[in-house]
Design a binder for this molecule. Structure first.
Ligand code: FAD
Length: 471
């Protein structure tokens, strides 16, 4: 650490206490690498504040000294947003100690949680008072609510409850000048000017640090039915989605698409995962109905799938007959990213297109991959009910990994150009971070980007909040 960094660290210790600042290389190293191991940054210190006031003091000091602040939650993000740059001049601000559930108000159907609460702990706090918090991601055991809001996370229940932004009633945040914005309202209706909470959600730490949020709850779910369905084509998946929405309405909470290769990868690489249907089929849907009432949802699902079979929309289906079978279905779905990792290098694209355009997009994009990426295999899966695909390509030969990865710019351009042709998005749920900054410049609307820069300049004129991310 150089002299000025040492002086800075000493001043920060005085602000938040010596036990809340890490400066030893070995202590800070785990904070400096992102989930996908794409980036390895440096930081002169890692701050571990205990409350919002300490966050405010830290950010105010950084603003005064023009020091970049990188907020970090569970560090499970896929776009390098929580990793500092390589300068060694930035402060990494970990929210992990702000991990209290402040209140759970069952009557108001709301929970107020600090930013560093792990997502699963918010779900559990709701469950304890017979309520349900619907945000659910494969990383829910380690991602934090502040990170979920900052990335506007999606996940497995968006088809019914919307994205993280749709679940927020109020936000408490430290603005770039160190002021604490007390916005923890728990109102369902509040038309009093600009919606600042929505601005902070999805800002990826570039407009301030979220310290707590008040979130919507639903009644606890009492019934559910889950099916693993085999299909011939993505067109059939779209028709099945329409049928399920028409027959089950609001009860449809998940609709996930999986290609055959996802079954092969998970059964090969993840212990305990088995093929739910036994036979080989080209495509699968994992769908779930849930209800707060005591309802015979298995019958409803069975009836709907029987109708789908009559219309020749499906090839086979299994309905979970126990919680064990249901968990096995979901384990298969949730371990696809891990299985892909075991299978070797991959190129990932988190994209969305209008739901109705999904089959055509899959056909055109798959054709492009087959024609142009001879050393790759397509693993295209995801939240089909939301038009969101993880359009990933795995290298088929470990020996050729380097050459495969070298094609990344060409492959990314082709896929994102196709996404643009379909009026889609180059980031459906993972955000922009550092990874997709240039892509946002290329595909974003110049007017929208201009407005974003103006907002950033107005709130953070010194550019201290998560520099080099998003914009
Ligand atoms: C196995 C697995 C499955 C996943 N599945 C999904 C999925 O289905 N849907 C989905 O959307 N994502 C998914 N993700 C990605 C990731 O979990 C989400 O993006 C998650 O919301 C990130 O939360 P985090 O706490 O880890 O944030 P981090 O990675 O720590 O940070 C993400 C961004 O938010 C900023 N940030 C973090 N906390 C704050 C704060 N308090 N205030 C201001 N800025 C902050 C950071 O600076 C960074 O820019 C998955 C990841 C994994 C590993």
């Amino acid at each position: 650490m150089n002299d000025s960094a040492a002086v800075g660290a000493q001043q920060l210790r005085e602000l938040i206490g010596a036990d809340s600042l890490l400066t030893e290389a070995a202590d800070i190293a785990p904070f400096l690498v992102d989930e996908r191991r794409l980036y390895r940054g440096r930081a002169f210190a890692v701050a571990l504040p205990r409350d919002a006031e300490q966050v405010a003091r830290l950010v105010g000091w950084c603003n005064q000294h023009r020091i970049g602040v990188v907020p970090q939650g569970g560090n499970t993000g896929y776009c390098g947003g929580a990793t500092p740059d390589e300068s060694g001049r930035q402060l990494l601000l970990s929210l992990r100690r702000l991990n209290r559930i402040r209140t759970v108000d069952a009557d108001n159907f709301s929970v107020t949680a600090e930013a560093g609460c792990v997502l699963a702990s918010v779900q559990q706090a709701a469950d304890a008072v017979e309520r349900f918090f619907p945000l659910s991601l494969g990383s829910e055991g380690s991602c934090q609510i502040g990170g979920n809001l900052s990335t506007n996370a999606g996940g497995l229940n968006v088809v019914r409850y919307g994205m993280a932004r749709d679940l927020v009633l109020g936000i408490e945040a430290v603005l770039p000048d160190g002021q604490l914005l007390q916005g923890l309202k728990s109102l369902r209706k509040d038309n009093t000017g600009y919606d600042l909470k929505s601005l902070l959600v999805g800002a990826e730490g570039t407009l301030g640090v979220i310290t707590a949020a008040t979130l919507k709850l639903w009644p606890k779910m009492r019934s559910s039915a889950t099916a693993f369905v085999a299909l011939a084509t993505p067109e059939d998946a779209l028709r099945l989605l329409g049928l399920l929405k028409a027959q089950a309405g609001e009860r449809l909470s998940s609709f996930e698409l999986l290609p055959r290769i996802a079954i092969e990868l998970t059964t090969r690489h993840i212990s305990g995962v088995t093929d739910p249907l036994g036979e080989v089929y080209p495509w699968y849907i994992l769908c779930e109905l849930t209800s707060a009432a005591d309802e015979p949802l298995s019958e409803l699902l069975q009836h709907t799938l029987a109708e789908a079979a009559e219309r020749s929309l499906l090839l086979d289906a299994g309905i979970a007959t126990s919680e064990r079978v249901r968990s096995a279905f979901w384990r298969l779905r949730e371990t696809v990213p891990e299985a892909q990792r075991h299978a070797g290098s991959s190129l990932k694209h988190d994209i969305s297109v209008p739901v109705a355009a999904l089959p055509q997009f899959i056909h055109e994009a798959s054709l492009w991959v087959r024609t142009h990426v001879s050393d790759g295999v397509l693993v295209c899966y995801g939240h089909a009910g939301d038009g969101n695909l993880h359009f990933n390509i795995n290298c088929i030969d470990r020996e050729r990994s380097q050459a495969f990865l070298a094609q990344e710019p060409v492959i990314r351009r082709a896929i994102h150009d196709l996404v643009a042709k379909f009026a889609g998005s180059i980031s459906a749920e993972h955000g922009i971070g550092r990874l997709k900054r240039e892509e946002l410049q290329r595909y974003g609307s110049p007017v929208a980007l201009g407005a974003m820069r103006a907002i950033k300049q107005a709130l953070d004129p010194n550019g201290i909040m998560n520099p080099g991310k998003l914009l």
